[in-house]
Design a binder for this molecule. Structure first.
Ligand code: MN
Length: 252
């Protein structure tokens, strides 16, 4: 397959390199990724500044294109300018840290996969549930198994968009794979108020916790040691509410 590989942690991130190494034997992998970390930029695109592209080497060999934009920018510019439309899969990751629950909306990793689907390609986002110096070995191995499975079974359907989260556990401690919905339970979050050396107050967002209890959600299944696979769609309209408000009579 011809795979467009991107992420939101930046082109030099360990997770992206691990995924590249796991896939480059069996597939043609094209890397187009942000030149620096752009985590939690969601589906932002760059309109007010030019996009600049640099060719990047890894170990003295051409590795890919670094873009001074967002993950969604990377997918667009890859397909329209750098690689071309002949792509079989838009793959994003491996992200450092899980992308489950409400955080899916903030995730640049997931938005890159969604952008692929918007442009007519299958999208796959992979995240590892560990932030402090994770080892991506198993996650990259699992991603390659999943890519091969999808290639054989589903990738002819360009509508498919999957958000995959992998627990950071030894392979024999992982309980299995769960196909689950995205949790929409609110997060408990807070801001830490600090004072800088010049006496100015500033704030740092921190202490985020999930409130979800339903075992059939990405948040809880991942916490319990399952690999979670959640199909996503980018149509944000609410059909149930639409049918209710369709009869509204608003005078103007
Ligand atoms: Mn990230």
């Amino acid at each position: 397959m011809r795979i467009l590989l991107t992420n939101d942690d930046g082109i030099f991130a360990e997770g992206l390199c691990a995924l590249y190494d796991a896939l480059c034997q069996d597939h043609e992998v094209f890397v187009v990724a942000p030149e620096a970390e752009r985590s939690a930029v969601g589906h932002a695109i760059t309109l007010s500044d030019p996009l600049r592209v640099k060719r990047v080497k890894r170990g003295n060999v051409f590795f890919g294109y670094a873009v001074n934009g967002t993950p969604a920018d990377c997918v667009k510019i890859a397909i329209h300018e750098l690689i071309g439309p002949e792509i079989d899969l838009v793959l994003s990751g491996i992200n450092r840290g899980a992308n489950v629950g409400i955080n899916v909306l903030y995730s640049g990793t997931v938005s890159a996969a969604t952008e692929g689907v918007i442009l007519g390609y299958p999208g796959l986002a992979i995240s590892l549930d560990e932030y402090k110096e994770p080892d991506y070995c198993f996650a990259a191995y699992f991603a390659s198994i999943l890519v091969d499975f999808l290639a054989q079974n589903f990738l002819k359907n360009p509508k498919i968009c999957l958000n995959v989260n992998i627990p950071f556990l030894p392979a024999n401690k992982i309980k299995g794979i769960k196909f689950v919905r995205q949790s929409t339970a609110p997060l408990i979050e807070r801001f830490e108020r600090r004072v800088d050396p010049h006496g100015n107050v500033y704030y740092w967002q921190c202490g985020e916790r999930f409130t979800e209890q339903d075992p059939d959600t990405d948040v809880v299944a991942l916490k319990r040691g399952y690999i979670t696979i959640t199909p996503l769609q980018h149509n944000l309209s609410d059909p149930e509410l639409l049918s209710k408000i369709a009869s509204w009579q608003i005078e103007f």
